[in-house]
Design a protein around this ligand. Structure first.
Ligand code: 5RP
Ligand code: MG
Length: 218
């Protein structure tokens, strides 16, 4: 039985070694392990392969945020052992189509649209839905979170509408324990947490606290 909503640990590291150390500490407390975008650039698919070896039974998401060559990048991530991969929302529809085709040709594999920086989300969402996209990462980007953007009612309204359209929504972007209740009443599929777990003195205990908060919220 899967826990729903699921918890995804984002490994946004610039080196493989600390990512593997954090995986060892936290993996038992989470459902999904994300090979974060910087880590996919620093260590490539070796990061996916190594985390797959450490955690043979976990779901693994490669947060590639593919902008082009969607079919090839999806194949590369899945061949390395990822179950899920992301395509940038700004990518051409053909890129999304090719990545989706690759995912759908392989059992259990899924492609997510990643919404970093997309402004006309609902307009684009109709196009994505029309070609069969089912899952999205609703993401308040790391940099905009640090500099200028807070989560607000507009985010909640957009997420509600996306769920109404039939998308399964993962949420990400500076989420702390205090933010979980913000999503109350929304049928969120996956909570993606990075810094708020990794950068605490006891990341495994913090992940357990997230699990409790999410359960209480539902
Ligand atoms: C950055 C990402 C991160 O994985 C995402 O923002 C989750 O990490 P955090 O909880 O630290 O914000 O995709 O582009
Ligand atoms: Mg990420």
């Amino acid at each position: 039985m899967t826990n729903k909503p699921q918890i995804q640990l984002a490994l946004d590291y610039f080196d493989l070694a600390p990512a593997l150390a954090m995986t060892q500490i936290v993996h038992k407390e989470v459902d999904i392990i994300e090979i974060g975008t910087p880590l996919t650039k620093a260590a490539g698919m070796l990061a996916v392969r190594t985390v797959r070896e450490l955690c043979p039974d976990h779901l693994i998401l490669a947060d590639i945020k593919s902008p082009d060559v969607g079919g090839g990048e999806a194949k590369m991530a899945f061949d390395a052992g990822a179950d899920w991969m992301t395509v940038l929302g700004a990518a051409p529809l053909d890129t999304v189509k090719l990545a989706l085709e690759e995912a759908k040709s392989r059992p259990g594999k899924e492609m997510f649209i990643e919404l970093t920086g997309i402004r006309d989300i609902l307009t684009r969402a109709h196009e994505w839905r029309s070609i069969g996209v089912e899952r999205m990462v609703y993401h308040r980007g790391w940099d905009e979170g640090n500099l200028s953007r807070t989560w607000d009612d507009q985010d909640r309204d957009t997420i509600r509408e996306l769920i109404h359209m039939g998308f399964q929504i993962s949420v990400a972007g500076g989420l702390g324990l205090d933010m979980i209740s913000f999503f109350q009443g929304l049928d969120i599929s996956v909570f993606i947490i990075g810094r708020a777990i990794r950068e605490t003195p006891d990341p495994a205990a913090t992940a357990r606290k997230f699990r409790e908060a999410i359960k209480k919220n539902n």
